[in-house]
Design a protein around this ligand. Structure first.
Ligand code: SIN
Length: 283
């Protein structure tokens, strides 16, 4: 297995491995560690059917909980992210976020496998939350270390959220409900259980406030942090081909589905892997 950096910042392409034909424990551990270190791993020309995709995922983790979206028939842990060429509704994933960060134990990682993609367009952008944290001043870091973010699915899946009502024109069955309005606290800075590195655990889609601050303090600080995370120097971008599998670490990255392919069809399969409750370890 050869690991080649995707950019000078983070992310890597992994060469010389055929995941569909099965991997051993040593390779699985090498992938888990490479993911924790690089944040994003891209594997090209992988051949999976849905069973094979699930089997590979279970080599590197356990399935996480997948709320609000009807999964593939007979595969409760697999989502089909489908957008037909003429669809115009809100695009799933098109906002900076870390998957399901509103859960008590948000997913450690997400696997996304491309089946049908536009010739150009429909890339996924990523930003490194390790770099976002590490590049802050020591004074700002010490303020953030004591704070907790308030995460909620309300803006996306609450009754008034982007996907709050079923859209009959959508190829995906996304169904928000009242359960989305609950709040979950997580440290603003978390330690990665494998690398020990600290990352900034905030995202524009699901972080709705900061515990203990006034609304004005919290919205100003979050605005600063959201902008800070999006700096081009902290990002990488994956161009898809049929057969590309990308895995990202939700503990160390955010991602954004780019909405630039109207007139083209895109079909992907997605699995999230279970994670742990975020903690900030003392250094
Ligand atoms: C997601 O947020 O999981 C979707 C990413 C994508 O479709 O590129």
């Amino acid at each position: 297995m050869e690991i080649r950096p995707l950019t000078g910042a983070f992310g890597a392409e992994v060469l010389g491995v055929d995941l569909g034909s099965g991997i051993g424990d040593q390779q699985a551990q090498a992938i888990q560690m490479a993911l924790a270190e690089n944040g994003v791993l891209v594997f090209r020309e992988q051949a999976f059917d849905i069973d094979g995709f699930e089997k590979f995922a279970l080599n590197i983790g356990e399935f996480g909980d997948t709320p609000f979206i009807t999964p593939v028939d007979g595969h409760p842990n697999v989502l089909r992210l489908l957008r037909e060429a003429d669809e115009q509704g809100p695009l799933f994933g098109s906002g900076w976020h870390s998957d399901w960060s509103f859960q008590l134990k948000p997913p450690s990682a997400t696997l996304l496998y491309a089946v049908d993609v536009p010739e150009a367009g429909g890339d996924t952008a990523f930003t490194s939350q390790y770099l976002a944290f590490e590049s802050l001043s020591e004074s700002m870091k010490s303020i953030l270390l004591s704070l907790k973010g308030i995460h909620s699915a309300e803006r996306s899946y609450g009754p008034k959220g982007t996907f709050g009502r079923p859209d009959p024109n959508s190829s995906m069955d996304i169904h928000g409900d009242e359960t989305a309005v609950v709040h979950q606290l997580h440290p603003l800075v978390r330690s990665h259980p494998l690398t020990g590195r600290r990352s900034l655990f905030v995202n524009e889609v699901y972080t709705v406030g900061i515990e203990g601050l006034t609304n004005s303090e919290s919205s100003s600080l979050l605005k600063f942090l959201f902008e800070h995370c999006k700096q081009i120097d902290f990002t990488c971008r994956v161009r898809w081909e049929p057969g590309t599998l990308t895995i990202w670490d939700n503990r160390a990255t955010q991602h954004f589905a780019i909405n630039d392919y109207f007139g083209n069809r895109r079909e992907m399969y997605r699995i999230t892997l279970a994670g742990e409750q975020p903690v900030l370890a003392s250094s």
